[in-house]
Design a protein around this ligand. Structure first.
Ligand code: FAD
Length: 293
């Protein structure tokens, strides 16, 4: 099912989850186990990340195929412009579509390690809106696209109004859905959503949530992507040993509160960045499952 139909036809908020393709056999075995737990819940779609520089491109499609065939759920590949020419974009998307994909999460990607600025590949794209426009021109309505939104502004574009102008360009180019970067203060999301709607963005805006189960890991991720953890949440979580069961439970409780408030405030769904672990998703669905029925 395409993104636009998933949200148009939904009778209740949609729960969706993100996975990443494991690099090792052990990682695959672990993911199969975790996925079996995650898929016990009613999941609207699964998305699979795409490695920087295309390093996991085959693994991404392999995982998309595995999830779709094993669970019969809509499963979507992410794709970035890093290292991609127009020809290689078509080659990848053709393969994804031949395997049954009708959706793609279309991204620019981050500059490769060691580089500060994003340099487009010759014959490729500088910004995600150009990728979206190219894909819509080539595939039309056969492909439904999601793009990334940034409630605190993108790390390279700290001004929120400008960041939203750039998001609008992606929607105007043909995106059907916005999935946000992780955030921990719902006030950031509500401000972002209000501004986006005022700017004329009229597609569903789905909050992306990353429950904190190991503070040091998520602190590192937020610093890299320009998101922030509120001081009171940091204070609470760092009273526990890093990654300890107590810290996990406190982080998951905070994620349940965060998601609960969002679900009370008209979000079309929530997208959980699972990091291939079912623990937080299971607790969140146990506490909030009635919203998704
Ligand atoms: C839900 C989600 C999933 C993600 N999945 C992946 C993944 O699978 N693999 C991966 O490598 N990364 C992933 N990312 C990270 C993403 O690739 C980075 O955040 C990247 O830095 C920006 O990608 P983008 O598609 O938002 O780029 P863009 O929308 O192109 O924006 C990039 C920067 O350029 C600016 N900009 C845009 N248009 C213009 C313009 N016309 N003029 C001037 N400046 C402009 C923007 O404000 C922003 O600062 C994901 C992010 C999110 C939120």
């Amino acid at each position: 099912m395409q993104f636009k139909d998933i949200y148009q036809q939904a009778q209740a908020p949609v729960l969706s989850v993100e996975l990443f393709p494991p690099k090792t056999e052990k990682g695959w075995a672990n993911l199969e186990k975790e996925l079996a737990q995650i898929m016990k819940h009613q999941v609207g779609f699964v998305s699979v990340t795409y490695g920087a520089g295309g390093s996991t491109r085959n693994n991404t499609l392999e995982l998309v195929k595995y999830v779709r065939e094993t669970y019969g759920v809509t499963t979507v590949s992410h794709f970035t412009c890093v290292g991609a020419t127009k020809e290689s974009v078509i080659e990848y998307v053709d393969r994804a579509m031949a395997a049954g994909s009708e959706n793609l999460v279309a991204l620019r990607g981050d500059p490769p390690k060691g580089q500060i600025e994003f340099t487009p590949t010759p014959g490729g794209f500088h910004y995600a809106y150009q990728l979206v426009a190219f894909l819509k021109e080539h595939y039309g309505d056969r492909l439904s696209l999601a793009v990334a939104g940034y409630p605190e502004g993108h790390v390279e574009t700290r001004d929120l109004a400008t960041s939203i102008e750039h998001l609008k360009m992606k929607v105007d180019a043909g995106a059907d859905l916005v999935i946000t970067q992780l955030f921990y203060d719902n006030a950031d999301f509500f401000r972002f959503r209000d501004m986006a709607v005022k700017a004329g963005i009229d597609v569903p805006i789905v909050p992306g949530l990353l429950p904190i189960t190991k503070y040091s890991q998520i602190d590192r991720i937020t610093k890299l992507c320009g998101a922030s953890i509120p001081a009171d949440l940091t204070k609470l979580l760092t009273t526990y040993e890093d990654g300890s069961p107590d810290q996990q439970m406190a982080g998951i409780a905070a994620a349940i509160d965060q998601a609960g408030e969002l679900l009370e405030n008209d979000v079309p769904g929530i997208h959980i960045f699972t990091l291939n672990n079912s623990l937080a998703t299971a607790h969140m669905v146990a506490a909030l499952g009635h919203y998704f029925e």
